[in-house]
Ligand binder design. Structure first.
Ligand SMILES: Cc1ncc(COP(=O)(O)O)c(C=O)c1O
Length: 391
């Protein structure tokens, strides 16, 4: 199952640049948290479409072509998604010449929608609060479109076995290969932590890990992370901002119980976004919000009774999946607003002293523009108003 890096020579198309992402030490966070184990991030934003979901899009589409479900020149690919599966599919459709329609809940970022459109997909926004079985939900609208558009096909990441299989065959193989060829003392996974949306990532990885244990590897602990407001890891349905993880129903591809998944950990938006910014600031990895959820969940696990032995073992390898990158979320309020104390105040003051004015802060600018709008002031009436308030 282990793969070698395939970026030798020239690739046939962007589809050959799906996956093959690096496993990266998070030593600064590990040390700051007083952990002894190796803390390793699987950085999926390196994949060509920018996320872990490129893998399933490619596999679902290619298998559907093999099985005659998709017919070039005729089929229209329709998919309900939180965006990343859509980007992977739209990218594959652009290359292969299929029409593509993506249904996307309103809360998902503008960046995802604009990228989808630039790849040639039609995007239909749906109300975030619509229950999964409502005709207005992302799934309900996709179903209605499929029924009425000739050649319409939903590959359906929620039930398609190629979703977990993509991770079984590629994501796990890459992690195993990275560990095997590393200079780490142990070559196996001690704990694996990932968020769950459809559950394809965690289920596919967990199956591959359990199969590797049949060959004699020590048992790994598999931890799934779920946002407060989702029912997958327990609790009630509610609203949350983090994108890509959590649902109000159990997708068929998710196998939520032991022996596959040992534990579920809940995280909230504040923890997720703070951890996301920390990964960027301390490790230089520009990951997205659900990567923050995964790290926050990993740290909770490593500090728990169950996780302590792993945290204190210097040979243990703890792998955290980072599903996408922050370039998907640049316009989101939570990202524009940087944490207090995240900038070097002394350096900031020095620069201000030299250039003789305040530095532009995109969050303050946006906030000032919103305040001005709320107060009924138009930008044209007060050309300097926004800037003056921001300073
Ligand atoms: C940003 C992000 N994180 C995490 C996930 C969860 O992955 P999975 O659906 O494999 O559980 C997704 C899935 O769409 C995602 O887009």
């Amino acid at each position: 199952m282990a793969s070698t890096h395939h970026w030798n020579g020239v690739l046939d198309s962007a589809l050959d640049a799906v996956g093959e992402t690096p496993l990266i030490r998070l030593d600064r966070i590990r040390d700051a948290e007083g952990l002894k184990c190796n803390l390793l991030g699987k950085a999926e934003f390196f994949s060509v479409g920018g996320s872990v979901k490129d893998r399933i899009a490619k596999r679902m589409l290619e298998q559907a072509e093999k099985n005659g479900i998709l017919i070039p020149g005729q089929s229209v690919v329709i998919e309900p998604t939180s965006g990343n599966t859509g980007i992977g599919l739209a990218l594959a459709c652009a290359i292969k010449g299929y029409k593509c329609i993506i249904t996307l809940p309103a809360k998902m970022s503008l960046e995802k929608e604009v990228l989808l459109r630039s790849l040639g997909a039609e995007v239909v926004r749906t109300p975030t609060e619509a229950a999964h079985d409502s005709p207005d939900s992302l799934i309900g609208v996709a179903e209605r479109l499929k029924e009425q558009i000739p050649g319409g096909v939903i590959l359906d990441q929620y039930s398609n076995p190629n979703n977990p299989l993509a991770h079984y065959y590629t994501t796990y193989g890459e992690i195993a290969y990275a560990l095997k060829t590393s200079n780490l003392r142990r070559k196996s996974i001690s704990a694996l932590i990932a968020g769950a949306g459809t559950g394809g990532t965690i289920t596919g990885l967990a199956r591959a890990v359990r199969d590797s244990e049949k060959d004699g590897a020590a048992r790994a602990t598999i931890v799934a992370v779920d946002p407060v407001g989702s029912i997958l890891g327990g609790g009630d349905v509610g609203m949350y901002q983090v994108e890509g993880i959590g649902y109000d129903f159990f997708p068929a591809v998710l196998d939520p119980k032991p022996p596959l998944i040992d534990e579920w950990i809940k995280t909230n938006d504040d923890e997720a976004f703070a951890a996301c910014k920390r990964i960027i600031r301390q490790e230089g990895l520009a990951v997205g919000g659900s990567s923050g959820s995964a790290l926050a969940g990993a740290l909770k696990f490593l500090k728990s009774e169950e996780g302590k032995a792993i945290a204190e073992d210097p040979t243990a390898n703890v792998v955290v999946v980072f599903p996408d990158g922050v370039r998907n979320y640049m316009s989101k309020e939570w990202f524009l607003k940087q944490e207090e104390g995240s900038r070097d105040a002394e350096l900031h003051d020095t620069i201000r002293g030299i250039i003789g004015r305040d530095l532009d802060d995109p969050y303050l600018k946006k906030k000032a523009a919103a305040d001005a709008k709320a107060n009924g002031a138009s930008d044209s009436a007060k050309p300097n108003g926004v800037h003056a308030t921001a300073a």
